[in-house]
Write a protein that binds this ligand. Structure first.
Ligand code: PHE
Length: 346
């Protein structure tokens, strides 16, 4: 009896590690503890054990049973583990960021820029670009801005250090570099590159020596517009701007052109808008952009015949548009990278 029980345990212990799946495990268990199993047979054989040997044999039987039960449980647990692993697939990398977390979104200024560009695209404008580090000629001279103009003052425009000056400049003003103070330089770049008709919109970053406060930033964005063709008139300017504000600020939005001055447009205007959709600001005229008809001097500077070509131009601050549209009261919110602000536009 003793030998019989010892053999059952030894054999079972030797066979268990090779069992990899549930059906095999069930068969293994049945061979031992099933109705015709080896352990079951040993239990039945107890009846034939002489009375005086019974206590010792019974104790051994119980020990063997306990050891086998433990073996069965361990083997089953091992099989379950490998079943789970098979279901999960290859090992995962816990250092990878979760795909559900930190979903980014476009910056509110990017969103509004895309919206503005989208409106002008519908009106037949295409997007043009120019460099942010610009020569004085593109930024001022070509735009008919005289040396004495206050915008060219070191107090207003950021000049690049002397060492970065262009040595082989051919035009006066082309040797000094500035951080462009407006996107109007893209007007010049575009007109020098192509012949009319031209209908472009130029969004981009601009720089001024402004002290940062709620409405000023040394680094801001503008969107420039230029349309050159035969017989472009003030009526075209007004209708383009009208269509723009209605698309952007909703039905019922009106515009007003106030006489103003820019060296590169004649006549020049400030465009104000009034919109019933702007809450607290609905009852007042809001200054939004500079505009006008292209000054003939500018056409001469790029080699266009001012007798033949006419044009309209406008430039607006992107931050200003975004602030009005979303009721934002401080320009610094755009640059603070505060998620509490940014998530409101996600
Ligand atoms: N460049 C001008 C500014 O920065 C805006 C403007 C653009 C005015 C085009 C007229 C025409 O203030």
């Amino acid at each position: 009896m003793q030998e019989q029980l010892a053999n059952i345990l030894t054999e079972a212990t030797a066979a268990a590690p090779a069992i990899a799946a549930r059906p095999e495990f069930e068969a293994f268990k049945a061979r031992i503890a099933g109705p015709n199993g080896t352990l079951t047979a040993a239990m039945k054989a107890m009846a034939a054990v002489p009375k005086e040997e019974k206590p010792a044999a019974g104790k051994l039987l119980n020990q063997t049973k306990g050891a086998l039960e433990k073996l069965f449980a361990e083997t089953l647990a091992r099989i379950e583990q490998s079943e789970i692993a098979a279901r999960l697939g290859p090992a995962i990398d816990p250092t990878l960021p979760s795909p559900d977390d930190f979903a980014g979104s476009l910056h509110p200024l990017t969103q509004v820029r895309e919206e503005v560009v989208g409106v002008f695209r519908k009106l037949g404008f295409t997007v043009a670009e120019g460099p942010e580090i610009e020569s004085e000629w593109y930024c001022f001279d070509a735009l008919n801005t005289p040396d004495s103009h206050p915008a060219r003052d070191m107090q207003d425009t950021l000049f690049m250090p002397r060492e970065t000056r262009c040595a082989d400049a051919t035009k006066k003003g082309d040797e000094a570099y500035v951080l462009r103070s407006h996107t109007s330089s893209v007007q010049i770049r575009t007109m020098l590159k192509q012949q009319p008709p031209i209908r472009i919109i130029a969004p981009g970053r601009c720089f001024r020596r402004d002290t940062v406060d709620a409405t000023h930033s040394a680094n801001f964005h503008q969107i420039e517009g230029l349309w050159v063709d035969k017989q472009v008139t003030l009526r075209d300017l007004k209708s383009v701007l009208d269509a723009f504000v209605r698309e952007m600020f909703g039905a019922g939005t009106e515009i007003r052109l106030r006489p103003s001055f820019f060296p590169f447009t004649e006549p020049s205007f400030e465009m104000d808008l009034k919109s019933p959709n702007l809450g607290r600001l609905s009852d007042r005229w809001l200054e939004v952009m500079g505009c006008g008809l292209v000054d003939p001097k500018v056409f001469e500077n790029v080699g266009y015949d001012p007798e033949q070509w006419t044009g309209l131009a406008f430039g607006m601050g992107l931050e200003r548009i975004a602030m009005l549209l979303h009721g934002i009261d401080d320009i610094r919110h755009f640059y603070a990278n505060d998620l509490r602000f940014l998530r409101q536009f996600a």
